[in-house]
Design a protein around this ligand. Structure first.
Ligand code: MLT
Length: 409
């Protein structure tokens, strides 16, 4: 009889956001007509901006005509988009990242999950805690996590706590990990690291021969000057870091899907015989084999984001969500909650009331206030006693959420 990948059987029964959705479904079926405000999964609510819509329509017309029809595209993405990314997201910030170091994909979730394909299963991994569950779960699937302990920690993963006690700034690892995941602006806490704080990590990776997997999916929400938009703003990062970007929260592409990953040519790792091998070539080989490219339509849509109108419209949408974040941050703080995030991020991270676990608070929020958030413990052991709300709803619903929590509604 064939064997399955046993690592899958070690995983918790369901993925965090699937479990949240299941519990909300059970509640709404038992309480039909309840006016639920959804601030759980970070899914956007505003429609695609007009510049993208126009580009998508034009791309559909291209596909309707034999002369301009596009079938399979380049697996790593069309040059018309990677050139724009190179220019606007990097060169304009003084960073030299060429189109051939950019790999366009269907999103950062896939890429952060798939990147393990090109890394040895012998590598030891470190994650900040709480953490976006994809990093941990995919390392479990890949056989790098060891066993799950009663404390909710995997034996071969080093957890770097980020809590109020250390102002949500992780300490450097002590177990000499080979691969370190960082996500800034952070999901789920919404906190950021300054330039000098990030430099510590790049320097560490250079000194210890570690790979930094830097998830910058929320980069477009950065408003403060001292918060880097890219890890490559830090000197020496191109030799140690892969960066993941997403159009989901930037431009409302959660439904149509698009992101990209930067693998610099300078980045090299050791093979079994101790020879240095470039990761750019390995990721290209992985993508050309397992991925047939993001759709022509979506890539044309993303190209329009770099036009003057596209950039203005995207900024308006993000400003809209950041105003929601401000409302939540200020309103909840006034109501006595301890809150972080929401300044350079669409996520608000709040401490649950004394004695209430994350899941108890989830139930309380759902049953008493009809508000859906995400329990902090779902993001890792150090998330216990915390709760995440997103700024992706409408102004009206966000105000209503604050009013419900402060007893005004
Ligand atoms: C989240 O809510 O953490 C994100 O939306 C999940 C994701 O981007 O996959």
């Amino acid at each position: 009889m064939f064997r399955i990948n046993d690592n899958f059987t070690k995983l918790p029964a369901s993925y965090l956001f699937s479990e949240v959705a299941r519990r909300v479904k059970v509640y709404t079926e038992a309480n039909p007509g309840t006016d639920i405000i959804r601030m759980g999964i970070g899914d956007v609510t505003r429609p695609l901006c007009p510049a993208v819509i126009a580009a998508l329509h034009a791309a559909v017309d291209d596909e309707a005509n034999g002369e301009s029809f596009h079938g399979y595209g380049p697996e790593q993405g069309y040059g018309f988009l990677s050139e724009k990314i190179s220019e606007f997201d990097y060169k304009n910030r003084g960073i030299d990242i060429g189109p051939d170091e950019i790999f366009i994909s269907d999103g950062a979730k896939s890429d952060t999950g798939n990147i393990g394909d090109i890394l040895s299963t012998a590598n030891c991994v470190a994650v900040t805690d709480p953490v976006y569950p994809v990093y941990v779960d995919t390392n479990v699937m890949g056989g790098r996590a060891g066993e799950l302990g009663d404390d909710g920690r995997w034996s071969r993963i080093e957890y770097l706590p980020c809590t109020a006690e250390n102002s949500f700034v992780p300490a450097l690892p002590v177990n000499d990990p080979d691969v370190i995941y960082l996500c800034y602006p952070n999901n789920p806490t919404g906190t950021t690291l300054t330039r000098s704080q990030l430099k510590v990590w790049v320097d560490y990776c250079r000194e210890h021969g570690a790979l930094l997997l830097f998830d910058a999916a929320y980069e477009a929400y950065i408003r403060e000057d001292d918060v880097p938009h890219s890890i490559y703003e830090i000197e020496g990062a191109k030799e140690v870091a892969i960066e993941f970007r997403s159009y989901s929260k930037t431009a409302g592409f959660t439904g149509i899907r698009l992101g990209y990953t930067v693998v610099p040519k300078e980045l090299k790792g050791l093979d079994e015989s101790g020879r240095l091998v470039g990761l750019n070539g390995l990721w290209r080989r992985r993508q050309t084999t397992k991925f047939n490219g993001a759709s022509y339509l979506t890539q044309r849509g993303a190209e329009a984001l770099y036009s003057p109108e596209g950039r203005r419209q995207v900024k308006e949408s993000i400003d809209y969500y950041l105003e929601n974040a401000r409302m939540l941050r200020v309103g909840l703080a006034e109501a006595g909650y301890e809150v972080v995030g929401g300044v350079n991020s669409p996520y608000i991270w709040l401490k649950t009331p004394e004695g209430m676990s994350s899941w108890e608070f989830f139930d309380h929020m759902l049953e008493r206030y009809h508000i859906v958030g995400t329990p902090g413990s779902g993001f890792g052991p150090s998330g216990e006693g915390y709760f995440r709300l997103t700024a992706f709803n409408t102004h009206e619903n966000t105000r209503l959420c604050v009013d419900r929590l402060t007893g005004k509604s």
